[in-house]
Design a protein around this ligand. Structure first.
Ligand code: R5P
Length: 312
């Protein structure tokens, strides 16, 4: 097995290598003066099972291009099998046409990854499960839920917790976490409605959250707007406190500052996206690692063992 990594998240790649008791393959991923990406693999990968670790987070296009060029370099170096390990799949939110004359970029990116020469994809909490269908190669989509539940049960008394979906679109994800065997927490849902055109949205909370420790669950936090509004609605309706467990900390613009001054007691994100210094310093943001989960999935893929057993 050979583990390769681009520049998107070196600390995560190192942690995965540590879990697998191996070292990252020696390679260079650098820029020419005009900013073109250049890749040189310094070890023999002929006939090897190659795993390329590269989340396509911001700067999304640069990281995506690095991934494509590393795949190409591995293919031209006669790797036996290439797995693109993409802990955060950028462009996932563009998974359908929102209107006429618009792209489906999630599919375009999948075509690019396949066209570059990947044989498999290993990813985490895709924004929508059906994005797996964008790929015509085997795609394993892992879930951060087992990692989250273990952490929640260390921090809180399970019987006081209610899991909350911040919008109707996220109900399946929140329910799957709430109903995990070891956990079995009640579920509440926030339903945002614009009751009259031109008036701001009203947040309805479906479910009993009075006096409860609410845990908001979602795949992505970007501007933070969804979570901050949800936290305020829950506290207004009598929640005792509100925390959030989100797989991908996109945290663009002034999101970190907004979270810092929000009503959220704590935001927990994984390291699927490399945290910035700002995120690391934020007093109410905590990062938990998915390195073991990804590492174990890589090991099982390599050994041709079941990966789905990691879902539970
Ligand atoms: C939306 O469908 C996603 O699941 C997230 O709720 C959304 O991307 C979060 O964005 P923001 O933090 O900007 O509200």
């Amino acid at each position: 097995m050979k583990l390769l990594a681009g520049n998107a998240n070196p600390p995560l790649a190192q942690e995965i290598a540590k879990y697998l008791k191996t070292k990252l393959c020696k390679m260079e991923v650098r820029r020419f003066a005009d900013n073109e990406v250049f890749v040189e693999i310094h070890e023999n990968v002929r006939g090897e099972d190659v795993f390329i670790i590269q989340p396509t987070a911001s700067p999304t296009n640069d990281n995506l291009m690095e991934l494509l060029i590393i795949i190409d370099a591995a293919r031209r170096s006669s790797a036996r099998r290439i797995t693109a390990v993409i802990p955060y799949y950028g462009y996932a939110r563009q998974d359908r046409k929102p209107g006429p004359r618009t792209p489906i970029s999630a599919k375009l990116v999948a075509n690019m990854i396949t066209g570059a020469g990947a044989d498999r994809v290993l990813t985490l909490d895709l924004h929508a499960l059906q994005i797996q269908g964008c790929f015509d190669i085997p795609t394993d989509n892992l879930f951060a839920a087992p990692v989250f539940v273990r952490d929640i049960m260390k921090q809180d008394r399970a019987e006081k917790v209610t899991v909350v979906s911040p919008d109707v679109g996220g109900v399946a994800r929140a329910r799957a976490l709430a109903k995990r065997k070891s956990f079995n927490a009640p579920l509440a849902i926030i339903d945002k409605r614009r009751e009259e055109a031109g008036k701001s949205e009203v947040m309805h909370v479906i479910g009993d959250i009075k006096g409860r420790s609410c845990i908001l669950v979602d795949d992505i936090i970007d501007s933070g707007g969804t979570l901050i509004n949800a936290a305020e609605a829950l506290l207004d309706k009598g929640a005792h406190e509100v925390k959030a467990y989100i797989t991908h900390g996109v945290l663009s613009g002034g999101a970190v500052a907004r979270i810092a001054s929000s009503a959220l007691t704590e935001l927990v994100v994984t390291d699927s996206i490399m945290p910035t210094e700002n995120v690391k310093k934020a007093s109410n943001i905590r990062i938990i690692s998915i390195a073991e989960l990804m590492g174990e999935a890589i090991f099982r893929t390599y050994k041709e063992r079941s990966v789905s057993s990691l879902f539970y």
